[in-house]
Write a protein that binds this ligand. Structure first.
Ligand SMILES: C[S@@+](CC[C@H](N)C(=O)[O-])C[C@H]1O[C@@H](n2cnc3c(N)ncnc32)[C@H](O)[C@@H]1O
Length: 288
């Protein structure tokens, strides 16, 4: 099978994932935000399946994903609280190994209803191909310590042998937890990033996920093959390309069934290189 990297293919993942398996391709990271079955209008009815069909499709997709993962590969799969249990069962049945249920907590947002608590999060599951080996670049996704005092004063503790030891904070920050707090694309602040897609994910969140889960080469560059089989308007590819512009080497492919979203995805990526080109030309003019 011949397919182009660093682009969004317009097609049906249920067919294309099988073709990728038959072609014996391997991916280090499957990062995706598939339809949650919440009746969103993607233009194709894919978010409005009878529950049995949604469960069966999720199972088939994860069986294929499991075959596509490289030995240290991982899948990061977004879901919604209502159906995430079904997705977990499908992951286990596909022979994948549970690492963590992460939470994307909305940094912003408001409620439409006073009949329920406001929905403030989306879970995203991390499963790995192997139960002993996987990639997680903890140092690349550290977060600031909550207290500045922490940075100034060591904490003393007794080791298991009774020795007094000092713990000092890591200059790169605190280890990240499994609650990832990032804004949604609501409001004027994100008008420049937003497209007409109804469930576009924020670049801030997807960039951190790529940094955490892509393999590193011997020069500490992010590398590997990433696939997003429900690419929408291409947030995974856009974030990978932005990282590549900083010197990283991520190969990626997106699959999106709806031509209008696939077109926007490819346009967003093309615009990144023309922005960079404009920046370079600008810089050359300044350098003169
Ligand atoms: C939740 S959206 C993904 C949004 C994406 N993360 C972004 O930021 O743009 C899910 C996408 O999957 C697409 N989709 C649904 N079924 C598909 C299939 N069988 N193959 C490929 N894409 C599909 C939908 O059209 C929709 O755009």
């Amino acid at each position: 099978m011949n397919f182009k990297l660093r682009t969004t293919l317009c097609g049906d993942s249920d067919t294309l994932l099988r073709q990728l398996v038959d072609a014996r391709l391997q991916f280090d990271l499957v990062l995706t935000d598939p339809p949650y079955n919440l009746n969103k209008d993607f233009g194709n009815g894919t978010d409005s399946l009878p529950l049995d069909e949604f469960i069966a499709k999720t199972q088939q997709r994860l069986q294929l994903v499991a075959q596509l993962l490289s030995p240290r590969g991982s899948v990061l799969w977004f879901a919604i609280h209502r159906y995430v249990g079904h997705v977990q069962i499908a992951m286990e049945k596909a022979g994948l190994h549970y690492r963590r249920m992460n939470i994307w907590r909305y940094e912003n947002g408001f409620s439409h209803s006073s009949r329920y608590p406001r929905a403030e999060y989306e879970p995203f599951l991390w499963y790995s191909k192997s139960d002993t080996e996987w990639t997680y670049n903890a140092d690349l996704v550290r977060v600031p310590y909550r207290s500045q005092e922490r940075l100034e004063n060591p904490v003393y503790y007794r080791s298991s042998s009774g020795e007094r030891r000092a713990w000092r904070p890591n200059p790169l920050g605190r280890l990240r937890g499994d609650i990832w707090e990032f804004p949604t694309l609501a409001g004027r602040r994100f008008a420049g990033e937003r497209t007409p897609h109804p469930t576009q994910k924020p670049e801030s969140l997807f960039t951190q996920i790529l940094k955490a889960f892509c393999p590193l080469d011997s020069h500490s560059r992010l590398t590997g093959m990433v696939i997003d089989p429900f690419h929408g308007v291409g947030t995974t590819g856009v974030c990978a390309e932005r990282l590549n512009q900083q010197g990283h080497k991520i190969d990626w492919v997106g699959i999106e069934i709806e031509p209008k979203w696939a077109d926007i995805a490819n346009r967003r990526v093309a615009e990144l290189s023309s922005d960079l080109f404009a920046e370079r030309i600008g810089k050359r003019d300044i350098d003169k």
